[in-house]
Ligand binder design. Sequence first.
Ligand code: AMP
Length: 218
Amino acid sequence: MKIILLGAPGAGKGTVAKRLTEFDGSVQISTGDILRGAVQAGSELGQQANAFMKAGNLVPDELIMGIMGDRLQEPDCKNGFLLDGFPRTIPQAEALKTLLSELGIELDKAINLDVPRDVILDRLTTRRTCENSSCQAIYNIKSSPTKVDGICDKCGSKVIQREDETEQAISQRLATYQEKTAPLANFYESEGLLVNIGAGSTDEVLAAICEAVAAAPA
Ligand code: AMP
């Protein structure tokens, strides 16, 4: 499937995308994971992105489009892709539209995970992430803890609270979301691609996405 996952930080985009990859060989492309990997590696991209990320602000569109222009042309995207955390601004959505039409790729749907703010706040403060940049598995100390405290079940690396998951950074990320990213729902509505899915268990959300994508024109 070729879908965009929209929704506030903590709405469950990453968790849902990771599960969807098991269905049909689609790859998860998370700009947040790519950027955190670059910060950890200390690459030029990482150095440019780090301060924006720590403060809970968006990284400039030019940097993001540079990453995505290359990423979407890699061979593993042929089986489909799940865009997680991208696009995040109207200019990114416009640039993505141009890029996809140049590459002859049609999106199935833009799925908007619409989760209430109190649920989001609770999830973000209790979320933990594997620090290994090639794993980045997501846990939650309340609802899906690691088997061994602080150690990733999948790769054995340390599981940490992200630097941008302090209360201050979280409220900045949510404000940025409202201002810059929430308008994308209207953008994709007018493209005829938007599907809104409310809060539910991961299995319920997965079922709703699969149903929406199956209903998309081939
Ligand atoms: P995420 O893991 O998707 O919440 O992303 C973490 C941080 O990476 C965000 O708060 C932004 O600073 C940055 N980021 C990720 N994706 C994008 C994007 N598409 N555009 C701009 N900044 C992004």
